[in-house]
Design a protein around this ligand. Structure first.
Ligand code: ADP
Length: 301
């Protein structure tokens, strides 16, 4: 299984460049697409889901151009969009059976078996006769996965699935996704670093439409070894430290601020070396891309 993205660019009619010459290769397993709001993640997801055409470039799935073979692609695709609407007054089982017909599962017995096994898989079997309007956020997302799995997809796309889920539901949802990963490509788009850290074997960082990193979370973390220093400061000192050091992120700790900075050598001033982590790598990349895009604005002026 292989998805190849070649020089993909998207410019919307309002002039916004949502993707700028993005190229990468994605193989079996869980792939994390990480980036802040507005990075271009949904635009990329919609193109792969054949719902949108790029301005330039192409996408090849197992040797086939998906832009010119969108019908074939759709048969192999499961997609859970960011905004997943459900009909509130229909039960989970009935809607899945209905969607199964639309996806071409025409034999009634087969349809019933598939729907039942998906309800079990997504932990919704005991709720199968409940109306979807009464489902919690996590249950709705799991229902979204069940409907996306109806056609046994080879490529599964989930766009920001954990936003708004409580920690227990988020865990349950992510575990479900990780079970799919072995024989499928699962692309998980998110702005939550932990979602990627815990589950994905491969990842990319996108910001301002630019691909800033593609590789394993492990490689990203290793690149930060010996460079991340932390210090507890008073909240009102933050501004001053931000001017002096490359502050990647801060965490509130017992009413004080713990700042994490990037420095190749010991910055002194009672900073302590800390274990490298994916947050540090992510924020160092995002910060440098912000500088780049601010520079390009200046140049454009
Ligand atoms: P993300 O999913 O990472 O938040 P999006 O792909 O939704 O990013 O958006 C990338 C950029 O493109 C943003 O600046 C957004 O405002 C813009 N954008 C997205 N969709 C459209 C559209 N249909 N028309 C114009 N601009 C859009």
């Amino acid at each position: 299984m292989e998805l190849i993205i070649n020089n993909l660019s998207v410019t919307y009619p309002n002039g916004i460049e949502a993707l700028k010459n993005v190229s990468m290769k994605i193989s079996n397993g869980m792939f994390g697409l990480l980036g802040p709001n507005g990075a271009g993640k949904s635009t990329l997801m919609r193109i792969i889901a054949t719902l949108q055409q790029p301005t330039d470039g192409n996408v090849i799935f197992n040797g086939q151009n998906i832009l010119t073979h969108s019908n074939e692609m759709r048969k192999q695709l499961g997609y859970l969009p960011q905004e997943f609407g459900v009909y509130p007054k229909i039960t989970a089982e009935k809607l899945l059976l209905h969607l199964a017909v639309l996806k071409g599962i025409t034999v009634a017995g087969e349809r019933k078996d598939i729907v039942e096994s998906l309800l079990v898989k997504t932990n919704l079997y005991e709720h199968k006769n409940k109306n979807l309007g009464g489902f919690s956020g996590g249950m709705k997302q799991r229902f979204g996965i069940a409907q996306a799995l109806l056609n046994n997809p080879k490529l599964m796309i989930v766009d920001e699935p954990t936003a708004g889920l409580d920690p227990a539901e988020r865990n349950r949802f992510l575990n479900l996704l990780s079970e799919l990963g072995e024989n499928t490509i699962v692309i998980l788009s998110t702005h939550i670093v932990d979602d990627v850290k815990e589950l994905c074997t491969d990842m990319a960082i996108l910001d301002h439409g630019m691909l800033l990193f593609k590789g394993s979370p492990k490689d990203a973390i290793n690149e930060m070894a010996g460079k991340i220093w932390k210090k507890q400061i008073d909240k009102d000192q933050l501004k001053e430290y931000k001017m002096e050091y490359n502050v990647l992120y801060e965490k509130l700790y017992l009413g004080k601020s713990m700042i994490y900075i990037l420095s190749e050598k010991n910055p002194g001033m009672e900073f302590q070396l800390t274990d490298p982590n994916l947050e540090a790598y992510y924020f160092s990349k995002i910060k440098s891309s912000k500088v780049i895009s601010e520079e390009s604005v200046l140049i454009n002026l």
